[in-house]
Ligand binder design. Structure first.
Ligand code: DQA
Length: 146
């Protein structure tokens, strides 16, 4: 079983309700059920928090437990050196995901403190960016006995 974590930052608990023209109409809970069906051999640990330090604590707790992290840090992407340091500190391959195309929006969304610490980034492909990141980990993670 491949264990990976999806970590969502501030305001992503409001997916489906929040600015649906940008972020879509689906709640993350609904989407997560679809992901579980789509990837039966992957155990997806999911965590959302609106609090920077809680996100960092959760990331620390991922050490030794997951082979990859999918991180949508929301607006902390553009502000948080602490989250960027956490990505480096835990040394777990991390993919940055954004539902919207952050490079096509306001100037302040064009900076990511996290991007250079990540394996790569998926931005602007909608909520299914998370599935693409899961597929990346399936294709690129060496598991014992595989
Ligand atoms: C976001 C983009 C961020 O700029 C924004 O602050 C979010 C969501 C996205 O998924 O498109 O909260 O990370």
């Amino acid at each position: 079983m491949l264990h990976i974590a999806i970590i969502n930052g501030p305001n992503l608990n409001l997916l489906g309700v929040r600015e649906p023209e940008i972020y879509g109409h689906q709640s993350f809970e609904q989407y997560l059920n679809q992901l579980a069906e789509r990837f039966p051999l992957v155990h997806i640990h999911c965590h959302q928090s609106n609090v920077e330090g809680e996100l960092i604590n959760y990331m620390h707790g991922c050490m030794g437990k997951v082979k990859g992290i999918i991180l949508n840090a929301g607006a902390y992407t553009h502000t948080s050196i602490a989250l960027a340091d956490a990505v480096t500190a835990i040394n777990i391959p991390t993919i940055e995901v954004h539902i919207s195309n952050v490079l096509a929006r306001e100037e302040y969304r064009k900076t990511s403190y996290i991007a250079s610490k990540c394996v790569g980034a998926i931005s602007g492909l909608g909520i299914d960016g998370y599935a693409l990141a899961v597929q990346y980990f399936i294709d690129n993670t060496i598991l014992p006995g595989k």
